[in-house]
Design a protein around this ligand. Structure first.
Ligand code: FES
Ligand code: FES
Length: 165
């Protein structure tokens, strides 16, 4: 067993984990953060995506001990209280989900994608960047629409913040 200490969704957390424990299992089972899903055992589906030190990572591909000392953001930490994050709001607005199983991973991938493309996104880029996230329900159309809409909203709000500064 090893001690794992992380900053998760703005809170310092620690616990003992076997060396083979994956980050996704540590989040779900030790911390009760079950919004991060496990949809495969081949690192293909992307249901487990979280941010580690600001970057989207499939949390089934990392050991909890490897993540020790890092800052982790999960789907539970994305909203600002009752206010949905713009990507969450866009998924709601554009019906970017059906059963919802893939949605936490899609949203965490999308927020990372948008932050890496501050100039904005086009459909081809969104579809290419979603390569590592599988949805078994939607046919992707509304997910892509939601990500494009969120990208536009977030670009606009950054512009306004700049103007106000
Ligand atoms: S559970 Fe991590 S990629 Fe499927
Ligand atoms: S909404 Fe069901 S798997 Fe994507």
């Amino acid at each position: 067993m090893s001690d794992v200490s992380l900053m998760v969704n703005g809170k310092r957390v620690s616990g003992a984990a076997e060396d083979r424990t994956l980050l996704v299992h540590f989040l779900r089972e030790n911390l009760g953060l079950t919004g991060t899903h496990v949809g495969c055992d081949t690192s293909q589906c992307g249901a487990c995506v979280v941010h580690v030190d600001g970057k989207a990572v499939k949390s089934c591909t990392m050991l909890a001990v490897q993540a020790s000392g890092s800052t982790v953001l999960t789907i539970e930490g994305l909203a600002n209280g009752a206010d949905l994050h713009p990507v969450q709001a866009a998924f709601k607005e554009h019906h970017g989900l059906q059963c919802g199983f893939c949605t936490p991973g899609m949203i965490m991938t999308a927020t990372d994608m948008i932050s890496r493309h501050p100039e904005g996104l086009d459909e081809a880029t969104v579809r290419a960047e979603l390569d590592g996230n599988i949805c078994r329900c939607t046919g992707y159309h509304n997910i892509v629409k939601a990500i494009l809409a969120a990208s536009t909203t977030m670009k606009g709000s950054k512009g306004k913040a700049k103007q106000a500064a």
